[in-house]
Each structure stands twice: as structure tokens, then as C-alpha cells.
Design a protein around this ligand. Structure first.
Ligand code: ADP
Ligand code: MG
Length: 152
């Protein structure tokens, strides 16, 4: 299932991020596709705040991953832009992140090809006028259920 959305403005983008987290029941794997400046981190910020995180949500460009252990969710936000070799993920202990009931948000997933689990949802973001066109695609039963919840 693929659903398209048009979202205008940073605030609406963050609200949509929170809706995606809720639709996923705060667990699963989400790939975020889109150029630099598309709005991937903005969406993740809204999602993490929607899960109850009150502090800053910085882009994990240099740390590769930022964990958020919250009351109702355990979220890992990845930005693999600076990853040179997927093998480097082994040193991060990548497997541990995908075990248990976590929600993994992954910017630049193609950089980790071969070492990442397949996604439940893939969200593709493209600039369009003053807003963004989002395409939300499900890749699993869990992702499909989330897509349907998001739609309703
Ligand atoms: P990325 O992580 O994809 O590189 P960012 O999330 O850092 O991109 O966002 C880049 C810029 O796009 C920010 O200035 C943000 O305010 C803006 N932006 C994000 N989403 C939207 C949107 N839906 N409409 C308009 N501007 C947006
Ligand atoms: Mg980013």
C-alpha cells in the first residue's frame, strides 16, 4: 500500500511525524528517503516529541545514532549519511538496536545496505512548492496496518 500526502510547513511536518509514530504503535522500522533538506529530521523530531521527549532532537549526523528511552517507547534515530561502509554498523552494535520492541528511524538507509533489517514503512519526501510531498509505502503487515491507521 502506498499513500501520498502533501504537508506544508515545519509544524505540520512534526505533527505528521507524531501521527506516524502513533500509527506504528511506537515500534517498527522506518526508512526515510529524500535529499538533504527534504525534511527527514523534521519528521523524526515530531515523532520523538510525540512519544513524550521534551528535549532537543538533534540530527545524529556525526554520532550516526541517537537513542531515546521514553516511557512509552524506545526510539533509535539513525542518520547514516556519513557512513562510509555498511560494515561500520557492526561496530555500533547495530543488531541490538533492532531487537526488542523499539522504533528505528533511519535516514539514508541505502548507506547501510545489507546490514539493516527490511522496513515496515518507507517514507519518501520530496520538495513541492512551499511544502513537501510524502509517499508512505508499507513493506510488512505491521506497516500496512500503520498505513491504514494513518489513513483513517
Ligand atoms: P533533512 O533531514 O531531510 O536533511 P530537515 O528535516 O533538516 O531535512 O529539514 C530541512 C528544512 O526543511 C528545515 O528548514 C525545515 O523547516 C524544512 N521543512 C521540513 N518539512 C517541511 C514541510 N513539510 N514544509 C516546508 N518546509 C519543511
Ligand atoms: Mg537529516
Amino acid at each position: 500500500m502506498t499513500e501520498q500526502w502533501f504537508i506544508e510547513g515545519e509544524e505540520a511536518m512534526q505533527r505528521f511525524g507524531a501521527e506516524i509514530g502513533a500509527a506504528l504503535l511506537w515500534h517498527g522500522v522506518v526508512y526515510l528517503d529524500g535529499n538533504l533538506g527534504a525534511g527527514k529530521t523534521t519528521l523524526c523530531r515530531g515523532l520523538v516529541r510525540g512519544a513524550g521527549h521534551a528535549g532537543a532532537v538533534k540530527s545524529p549526523t556525526f554520532t550516526l545514532v541517537e537513542p531515546y528511552e521514553l516511557e512509552g517507547a524506545s526510539i533509535f534515530h539513525f542518520d547514516l549519511y556519513r557512513l562510509n561502509d555498511p560494515e561500520e554498523l557492526e561496530f555500533l552494535g547495530i543488531r541490538d538496536y533492532f531487537e526488542g520492541h523499539s522504533l528505528c528511524l533511519i535516514e539514508w538507509p541505502e548507506k547501510g545496505k545489507g546490514l539493516l533489517p527490511s522496513p515496515d514503512l518507507k517514507i519518501t519526501i520530496a520538495a513541492e512548492g512551499t511544502g513537501r510531498k510524502l509517499s508512505v509505502e508499507s513493506y510488512s503487515a505491521h506497516g500496512l496496518a500503520a498505513c491504514q491507521r494513518l489513513h483513517n
